[in-house]
Design a protein around this ligand. Structure first.
Ligand code: SAM
Length: 366
């Protein structure tokens, strides 16, 4: 693929050409509990930071926050952050560590969660996921822990405890996705994450999340909602949407439905009647389909036309880079492209696939 003429591959070089002081990568950003999530930019954080430090901004929106790692980086850079995603569990993760600046779970909170027992009418997880995911004792633990989390009075404490539970569940899931059940016996491969019970994981994860809480002195927010409803009035927007894949599919709900349900105790979501793994209905997003993606990107750029736009893009996606640059140029005076090779790892159908893709940041400036 030939890069557009404005391309500046390899190095940020977005400034005016004058020598600028390079901000060091904030140590705090390394404290974020890494969440195994399709398309997570965790491995690209230092590169993204290098590009962001070259831009002037004070307030930032992360429009598709996913695992929350970029929102947390922005917070660690001292910015006022709005983290947004249309799934619920990314909202829980950013409520715990982006919005929340000073609340931690105390030993008494953890004891209360661990001592809770759900009444018979709230044994939904045990009833619904028997023989699908986890052991019966662990399913019971999840119902009991949720009961305890309901009892925590502070929403920030609830978000921290739920985040710890979410990360426990994904660590305990052999392939890190919930596409097929019955994995626990098949994958007894000595991995520590598979040997620990969910309860043991939870206790560890509470420590991880508590350790990552910090205040950057700003009023940061976590939003659960469509990107088009996120505030367009901001200095900078980071956009990492789910591109239409060239092969396979990019469905987040198919992979993470259990976490999405756990984030709200399956209240207000519908389990598909024919699903063996008790998948829930997926919300529509125009970014996932060829017939709607072009229009969605044009609308997205218009929505954030007044902000500096930083768009993550990878070479194996649709629409292609040239199209995106042209669409961004309709609302921005200057568009620059920064490139970095990146190798993605994620498991599909039991095998680990390695795809060599080119990663880009497309930066739109006024
Ligand atoms: C590539 S992931 C983002 C990954 C994230 N930057 C990270 O580092 O973990 C794309 C995210 O977009 C979210 N999403 C998809 N359509 C959306 C929409 N219309 N509005 C808001 N979020 C959306 C998905 O739930 C998913 O979390």
């Amino acid at each position: 693929m030939s890069l557009p003429e404005t391309a500046t591959p390899g190095t940020p070089g977005l400034g005016s050409g004058l020598l600028r002081l390079v901000e060091p990568f904030p140590v705090q950003a390394h404290r974020y509990p890494r969440f195994r999530y399709m398309g997570s930019k965790h491995r690209l954080l230092e590169w993204i930071h290098g590009v962001l430090t070259d831009l002037e901004f004070d307030r930032a929106v992360d429009g598709f926050s996913g695992s929350g790692t970029v929102s947390y980086l922005l917070k660690a850079m001292g910015k006022e952050v709005v983290a947004n995603d249309f799934l619920r569990f990314p909202g829980v993760l950013t409520r715990a560590l982006v919005e929340n600046g000073d609340t931690r779970l105390g030993a008494d909170d953890v004891d209360a969660v661990l001592a809770s027992r759900a009444p018979a009418r709230r044994r939904f997880i045990e009833r619904t996921f028997r023989d699908v995911f986890y052991t019966p004792a662990e399913l019971k633990f999840l119902d009991d822990a949720w009961e305890g989390i309901r009892g925590l009075s502070d929403p920030a404490k609830q978000a921290l405890a739920l985040s710890a539970l979410l990360r426990s569940c994904i660590k305990r899931q052999p392939r890190g996705v919930f596409t097929v059940g019955g994995d626990l016996e098949k994958y007894k491969d000595g991995r520590r994450d598979l040997q620990l019970s969910l309860r043991e994981h939870f206790v560890e994860q509470v420590r991880e999340y508590n350790r990552a809480v910090f205040d950057n002195g700003r009023r940061n927010r976590s939003r659960h909602g469509d990107v088009f409803a996120a505030p367009g009035d901001t200095d900078l927007v980071y956009l990492d949407p789910p591109y239409v894949p060239r092969s396979d599919d990019n469905c987040y709900v198919k992979r993470y439905h259990f976490l999405e349900g756990l984030a709200c105790y399956w209240e207000g979501v519908r389990i598909l009647p024919d699903s063996k793994v008790r998948k829930i209905e997926k919300p529509f997003t125009p970014f996932s389909y060829r017939r709607t993606a072009d229009d969605a990107f044009r609308r997205l750029f218009r929505h954030f036309a007044d902000a500096t736009i930083v768009l993550s893009y990878s070479s194996n996606a649709y629409p292609d880079l040239e199209w995106l640059v042209k669409a961004m140029k309709a609302v921005k005076r200057r568009v620059e492209v920064v490139a970095k090779p990146h190798r993605y790892h994620f498991g599909t159908h039991g095998a680990v696939r390695r795809n060599q893709v080119q990663e880009y940041l497309v930066v739109g400036l006024s």
